[in-house]
Design a protein around this ligand. Sequence first.
Ligand code: SAM
Length: 235
Amino acid sequence: LFVDAALAAGETVALERNQSNYLGNVLRLAAGETIRVFNGRDGEWQAAIAGRKRPDSLTIVAQTRPQDRLPDLAYVFAPLKHARLDYMVQKAVEMGASSLQPVLTRFTQVSRVNSERMRANVIEAAEQCGILSIAGVAEPMPLDRYLSQRETRRLLVFCDEAADAASPLQALQGGPAAAHGIDVLIGPEGGFAEEERTLLLRQPRILRLSLGPRILRADTAGVAALALVQAALGD
Ligand code: SAM
């Protein structure tokens, strides 16, 4: 369970109502039983449930795992609507992304992104896949601003259905070094506009990557790209 509090032996953490309901009504846990909690920075801890009628707080007992570390892998993507955005965020976290950067491109159909909802999805995905780090969620920005602000020593993997589909793994392994981190860029359903493609191809340390001969939906492309990048360059 994710808790937004410092974790150390003997500390008491008050539970939010939804957490209390989840522990009491869904998991049917009662006072005295233990669960494992994390806060994204202090590792994983065993915690004892307290509360007379329903769980209302936790007493932190002992550390069970040290803090883990995510690969320096940013998922940079044109946001989709509602459930598909939830899916994109959850899958990116499951596939090891350490930060999420929505970018607004010419054909992006979403102009507002609910960052709180993205954060909730990040936490839920971290809980489900047992990682202790919480991926960062950045505010959306236009593609050109992202490109002008990006740290140019990072490898930029530009997923482009028009790239040569012959051997994506070899393209990644033979491409620019990834020692300073990797950004994986996925476009919107309508793809990138020609002027955006031109701008992208002028970027330092860019690698144009094909994900195979079929045009994938943007949410599928994200999962495929992160899997390929991890397989080729992951540590
Ligand atoms: N513009 C395209 C079209 O309408 O023909 C489709 C764009 S695709 C649905 C959305 C995004 O997924 C693309 O911008 C690209 O980043 C990524 N993508 C999808 N299929 C891909 C592939 N085979 N190789 C590389 N990237 C792909």
